[in-house]
Design a protein around this ligand. Sequence first.
Ligand code: EPZ
Length: 429
Amino acid sequence: MDRIRIVGGQRLNGTIPISGAKNATLPLMIASLLTADTLVLENVPRLADVRLLQHILGNHGVDVMIAGKRPGEPDNAGQTLHISAKNIVDTTAPYDLVSRMRASFWVIAPLVARMGEARVSMPGGCAIGTRPVDLLIMALEQLGAEIEIDGGYVVARARKGLRGGAIKFPKVTVSGTHVAVMAAALANGTTVIDNAACEPEIGDVADCLNKMGARISGAGTPRIVIEGVAKLNGARHAVLPDRIETGTYAMAVAMTGGDVLLQNTRPELLQAGLDVLVEAGVGITPTNEGIRVSRNGSALRPVAVTTQPFPGFPTDLQAQLMALMTRARGTSHITETIFENRFMHVQELARLGARIHLDGERATIEGVEKLKGAPVMATDLRASVSLVIAALAAEGETMVNRVYHLDRGFERLEAKLGACGAVIERISG
Ligand code: EPZ
């Protein structure tokens, strides 16, 4: 199993190219099931989750072709996927695949919408909480699907096709909104989704679906209206920049000090996150090319932050902010409201010398003078990268174990940080 070795204490200076968003790529790949034509996705990040989803879609008969690098194209350019779901050979998504990646459960929506049936394993719990799928099922039922739970599988049927309906989510859910939008795109009639998630990835998927011939308006707001169409076509779409990768590197620079341009990204994708960094004393300057992040000499100020659905502070940056605040001058408070168990990084940060007290959903972080390197590991992607951020500022060597979590969501992490002066290497085996 690979590990990452980091020797802390170097400032970061230079440029970090930001990749396409993992959490847009996955639903976009799944949306390819809605059409018999080819969907071309550009700016796709090279991630373990993308490869795994490719494998999962292959099981349904989807053909994915990865275009080669064009002459003169830089190594860090995203890849282009040509995805064809011309022949869907199987409408079952088995347990051994769905349990490896929760988002693959979302295939239920395009499969039932296009094929009239889907049999998809329930994903089960995961490291960050129980994560039920009741609201996804509710949305499909509102569109006329008949749902049965059978042997750990959700079986959805709509022999005569789905019909438009009213879906009101009792809480904001990204997965529920993706599923509702994809299913409603091919339903007969109009669907109105209220209390929809407003995350930029929802807007990106809706943009792509509209290029495919869907009629979706209001994506990115709490009310989305979808006029169903009988058929969708192929399209070409470039994945939007990864706002969580952007925020993660912004926090890494804030942690070490230095001056880095985060290239190919946009501030409006993570304004709440950038506002918190400014409050902490970090320099944030939007430029034509991306976002410049700098901290030179000044101490970090403590902050009080609560995670919220977009446009609030994202839960996917909570662990990284906590790592940063371990070095603030004073006491910070972070409240996690999205997932009930997303604090696994706390004990590992403590191994590096952090002082964090947990009380239910609230963490109190007392800033310390210095962190000291140690062997650490984490059980999810964002928690793992928070340990990398802490390690970059820790004295001596930190060994981050279970690197496969990082590989699920961060493309060439050690190369991107190494190019800016971090002492970081992957140790294979
Ligand atoms: C997406 O997960 C992201 N995953 C997560 O990214 C992210 O943390 C999360 O949204 C919140 O922003 C992808 O996009 C692939 P939700 P999702 O449905 O869609 C509850 C990462 O590290 N809920 O918005 O699964 C749920 O338990 C990750 O990249 C129900 O109760 O999140 C949670 O408390 C991990 N019933 C809340 O809603 C349901 O049927 C929000 O979940 C569905 C959700």
